[in-house]
Design a binder for this molecule. Structure first.
Ligand code: AVI
Length: 319
């Protein structure tokens, strides 16, 4: 294994994160590596799996309560969506909003210009009363442009994306967004609840192996982009429930003693049989945790909508 950390080109964020993660003990890889084109397609497939209850449960809550959610948020709303992607679930709220007001503005924010173009094109065609102004940005660092939007804003942060951040990081993200809002603006936060591992674990280790393929795609990506020689068959996907930290943890476990070479990093990495490399956390919230992250980021929880089984919650919070 190399002894001193080499210098990477400043813009080569992947190389430096991967080097750091593979030379750490225990080893880890950053979850943001999941979402290349193949990874985004695999995630779309995950959202349609019977075991992955999150997407359909949140959708059912939005379908049932869209009218009340929007009325509670206020009149003459402008919608903003953090990490909008192709904004599929947002349709439900847009459709209802255009029943309540003749015209609306929608600001989807995402790092992927192609996903935003697709959203703008589809939504523009479907809803003549909607003006879509896409913002290409990584919302985790805050989005200063939001402070220039006039009128009352409802910021959508749905899909339980908040769960993939450590709680202190989640608070920092929400605080940065909060700084660009005005009194009366609101946040709609979708979060998955802590529940029995009998329900949680199949959602993250499905029988069809889609989540396993999603996890291993990270290795395929390193093979492609960093010329690494990971043998995907020599690792297995593992999902565990960590009750103390209230999170599902995802790993890639080495099935043998092996070494992997990453020539672009000048790095030879050894794995022991059974050694686990951490790739993702998915935090599962209690109402107490939701109230606390909202309070600490400057929001006041106003109302919560849940499904009948109390598996998932959609929370309206006010600045
Ligand atoms: C994107 N995010 C909300 C997903 C989750 O449930 O934490 C990512 C995911 N990882 C494995 N399956 C889904």
């Amino acid at each position: 294994m190399a002894t001193s950390k080499p210098q990477f080109l400043a813009n080569d964020a992947i190389a430096s994160d991967v080097y750091e993660g593979l030379t750490a003990s225990p080893k880890h890889l950053p979850a943001k590596l999941f979402y290349d084109t193949t990874g985004s397609q695999l995630f779309e497939q995950i959202t349609e799996l019977p075991a992955y209850y999150l997407t359909r449960t949140e959708r059912s809550i939005l379908e049932e309560h869209a009218s009340q959610i929007l009325r509670q948020a206020g009149s003459a709303l402008t919608l903003v969506e953090l990490g909008a992607g192709t904004a599929t679930k947002t349709r439900i709220l847009i459709e209802e909003l255009l029943r309540q007001q003749p015209r609306a503005l929608f600001y989807p924010i995402d790092v992927s210009p192609s996903a935003l173009d697709q959203a703008a094109w589809q939504l523009g065609n479907e809803f003549p009363g909607l003006r879509v102004n896409s913002i290409v940005a990584d919302y985790t660092g805050g989005v200063p442009a939001l402070s220039r939007i006039v009128g009352r804003k409802l910021v959508l942060y749905i899909g339980s994306s908040i769960g993939n951040f450590e709680p202190p990081h989640a608070i920092r993200i929400l605080r940065r967004i909060r700084q660009t809002l005005r009194p009366g603006d609101a946040l709609l936060l979708g979060a998955d609840y802590a529940k029995s591992p009998k329900i949680l674990l199949p959602a993250y280790d499905d029988a069809l192996g889609v989540t396993s393929a999603f996890n291993k795609n990270m290795l395929a990506r390193l093979n492609r982009e960093l010329d690494a020689d990971f043998d995907l068959e020599a690792f297995k996907h593992v999902a565990l429930w960590n009750r103390r930290c209230s999170r599902v943890e995802i790993y890639l476990e080495s099935l043998a003693d092996q070494s992997v070479f990453l020539p672009t990093l000048d790095l030879d990495v050894r794995f022991r049989a059974g050694e686990r490399m951490h790739t993702e956390n998915s935090y599962k919230y209690t109402m107490g945790m939701i109230e606390s992250i909202l309070r600490e980021s400057g929001f006041m929880l106003e109302q919560t909508w849940q499904d009948r089984q109390n598996w998932f919650g959609v929370h309206l919070a006010r600045v």
